[in-house]
Write a protein that binds this ligand. Sequence first.
Ligand code: PEP
Ligand code: MG
Length: 337
Amino acid sequence: MRANADTPHDSRVARDFGAEGIGLCRTEHMFFDGDRIDAVREMILADNEEGRRKALAKVKPYQKEDFLGLFTAMEGLPVTIRLLDPPLHEFIPHTDEEIERVSKASGISADHLKAKATELFEFNPMLGHRGCRLGLTFPEIYEMQVYAIFEAACELVKQGKVVKPEVMIPLVGSYKELEILKDMTNEVAAEVIAKYGVKLDYLVGTMIELPRAALTANEIAEHAQFFSFGTNDLTQTTLGVSRDDAGKFLPIYVEKGIYKEDPFVSIDVSGVGQLVEMGVSKGRSIRADLKTGICGEHGGDPESIAFCQKAGLNYVSCSPFRVPVARLAAAHAALKQ
Ligand code: PEP
Ligand code: MG
């Protein structure tokens, strides 16, 4: 039983409720806090790699602080950290009012902000330049995050603490994406671990949140030490239903009995469920000890948890306040089996 948590406070709440680790830390939430959003925007607005690296150097100490806090709150337990996932335009202002305010506060001209917003515009951002696609096109972003993770972990190990980082790559559809980013992660980890002169065990894994990832899970498992099923995106991409727009028609679908329940709330067992089962079995055909879990919203839903038990997942992860109910549901599911 794990929790989706991005702050030391949420981690402690989850731990008090019985969570046995973090199943999903969405690092983008850390990018919005306090002063760091200025540096994040500077990175996005930079015109070249050098400018991005300069801005990222300002973000890194914040990220390291974040990870020190998370690892400390979850000492001795696994912490799965997902590298940056959302499209970059989510971090810059869009409305005239916001642009004006940010321009005044940051000294960046309103015209520059507007031009960047136009440049980053996407017709379909959920299927656009996000997830590991960011890490592949702007390697310096993921590199900064991986340095921050391992520097924080090694610092704590030096103090005698037990830290179990798990680096998670989002939105993988081809094993090649994962291969490249896994190699980068291992190289950075080796460098930092050697620099600190400590021993640190860690895992590198991926989210399975695109149908292609489930269909090719055997290829992906060659490069992943764990799979975490991102059933929010997996539902969206399997059903072809935008999770941000579904509110207009899904309630009517449920009313008409087309779906028994909202598939973003309770897992669509006959559709999405098949992909989860396929992912687990294809993954384990290559790596028998592959750790598998779920970190979509379904991880806190009792019926979906019963499905996860049947599918052979090792853990479910949900928001801290759902942990007690999820634990009970997981216990019932295990007893039933
Ligand atoms: C998911 O897709 O299930 C997931 C956990 O990621 P996010 O909701 O952040 O896209
Ligand atoms: Mg997702």
